[in-house]
Design a protein around this ligand. Structure first.
Ligand SMILES: [Mn+2]
Length: 272
């Protein structure tokens, strides 16, 4: 069973008494990027940690799985990240033993910052029963094609509203889209053609199935996102799955973190 945790950008997966908490896009250390621009904001890492601990206390999971972008700076680790990130995970480890990380595009050199007991998986993802978990900036691994549900981060979806007096409100949202498994397999073959993988994938092409893709809201409260209802003309969606047009993004459903269904992306376009 897969359920969103009310008022949190998190999913809880339960099977045979095993509970896994799934979150995405921590972007720890984003504040340091502003220092170069002359803006000094005290580290916000402890607030993100506090929120995660609150969430763990509420849901009592056996494991935590983070779908990438633990840190914010892409290639190397900034000095403050060398202090903040190890501290973050040492505290988290005291709360929960099983912590698993799927690498995001911001997670170059993340390993030395983490306690050795934390498992690091490639960005192409892992499977959890019938669910596939990956970051989203690259194609998922071939084994994820057989999953009924795919869950990714990377996009940081938000929705913006503008009222009559010109005020803007932006809020993080969930996106749930249906996709045809056969179309996804076809796009996968086109993107990374190898004879070996094609043989194995061909059976997916014969069995079109309606599966679902869930795009997770960003866990970090302070970071903005991409307003999905304000896509500028000519600007492409992020990540190869959304760009492949396997997913009819206009028909994707949008939900607030407290659970309210807002409408499809097509219906929400133009209100921001
Ligand atoms: Mn990312």
């Amino acid at each position: 069973m897969l359920t969103p945790v009310e008022n949190f950008p998190a999913l809880l997966h339960e099977k045979e008494q095993q509970k896994s908490l799934i979150i995405a896009d921590l972007h720890l250390g984003w504040e340091t990027n502003l220092i170069r621009k002359g803006v000094h904001i005290p580290s916000q890492t402890s607030k993100t940690l506090h929120k995660l601990i609150q969430l763990i206390d509420k849901t009592t999971p056996d494991s935590v799985i983070i779908l990438g972008d633990i840190k914010h700076t892409v290639a190397k680790a900034e000095l403050s990240e060398w202090q903040d990130i190890p501290k973050f995970f040492e505290t988290l480890k005291g709360k929960i033993a099983d912590i698993q990380i799927i690498r995001g595009n911001h997670d170059g050199n993340i390993a030395p910052l983490l306690p050795p007991t934390i498992q690091i998986h490639p960005s192409t993802g892992i499977t959890l029963n019938t669910i596939g978990l990956f970051h989203g900036h690259t194609w998922p691994a071939q084994k994820l094609l057989k999953c009924r549900t795919l869950i990714m981060g990377h996009v940081h979806p938000t929705i913006t509203f503008r009222d009559a007096s010109g005020f803007y409100i932006a809020t993080p949202v969930w996106i749930k889209a249906e996709y045809d498994n056969a179309k996804l397999a076809a796009a996968f073959i086109k993107s990374k053609y190898t004879k070996k993988s094609t043989q194995k994938i061909k059976r997916f092409l014969k069995k079109p199935k309606n599966n679902q893709l869930i795009i997770m809201p960003c866990f970090n409260d302070f970071l903005g996102g991409r307003p999905i209802n304000r896509k500028a003309k000519g600007r492409k969606y992020v990540g190869p799955i959304l760009r492949s047009e396997v997913i009819d993004i206009d028909e994707a459903e949008v939900y607030l973190l407290e659970g309210t269904f807002l409408g499809t992306i097509k219906q929400l376009k133009g209100i921001g």
